[in-house]
Design a protein. Sequence first.
Length: 392
Amino acid sequence: MAKRGIQDAAVHGRRVLVRVDFNVPQEPNGQVADDRRIVEALPTLNHLRAAGARTILMSHLGRPDGHRDPKFSLRPVAHRLSQLLGQPVPLAGDIVGVEALELSARLQNGQFLLLENLRFNPGEEANDPGFAAQLARLGEIFVEDAFGTVHRAHASTVGVPKRLPSFAGFLVEREMKELSRLVGTPPRPYVVLVGGAKVKDKLPLLRSFLGKADTLLIGGALANPFLAAGGVRLGATPPQSGVESDVNEFLRAADSAHTRVLLPTDVRVDRPGRPDAEVYAPTAVPDDAVVQDIGPATQARFVDALAGSQTVFWNGPLGRAEDPRFAEGTRSVVGALGGLPGYHVAAGGDSARLAQDLGVVGGFQFISTGGGAALEFVEGVELPGLAVLSDV
């Protein structure tokens, strides 16, 4: 899937609309708490500046549901971006109104303008043709550099590139290049490590690995329904109802595809009135205990399964990693990748933040900026925000 890249765009003196992903966490006082997504966009933005483009940036932030809400304003993002670029980046408060038109018309070569939160307008998520047309008239060229949004058919990701010459930014190009290594025939043994929560959300991803991956390591709350399907009662752990038949069907399919599935053989639990984590076999979890992490024997088993692998894909924590008592499972297993050869990719949700927080970034050759987009790409789903871009 080769798309026409930004390096092929003649941008000097032209207004370039860039879809970026500045959906960043903020402090209670409104300041940007984590600027990694902004930093990831800098290679594309610096290229456009050096090439003399007049760059207009579009992003969403949070879920304001089509209404203007000051707590979801991109003003703090504009401030942080100005600091990172070393030049002022004004914010157009009306997205597609008179102010946006005037500010975009006054841009000089190498300057930037940031539009206010796209999701303040209900036309963004509805992929409204009228809103897309209003956005498109602000620019002459479109660049897609928000990989985390390309799985959504929104006005800024699908409607605008249908109306302007379209190009992939450097971030999107790299995401496609690196994740494509997992879609074809990756070097084997191929081990997939998946955690997180809801089985219904993750089963399509898990199914996509059958016959392709040699081993699936399943942890976190995701493992609980698999254990329960085998007749294990996990104390006071909240059940995920209505998934037993799907889980059993998946396990039969994995067996037919000769993909080995490893589940926890011990777990760390949280019990009322007991400050420390306790370890039990899944079959011996006390009635008042809630499973929160894989146990030390499972950690060792998972690390052993990773040894000798040539390709590893990781998605989702193996326990409630935001609690130090239940972070050890994820830290120990994922951290082991740092000492192993091969190609290691992390993707989905807050993988980048979690890898940073747990100190395991060094174990990966690539950490995707995409959540659902990365997972759907790896599944082999056609992403609307990529499909609409011009091919090479």
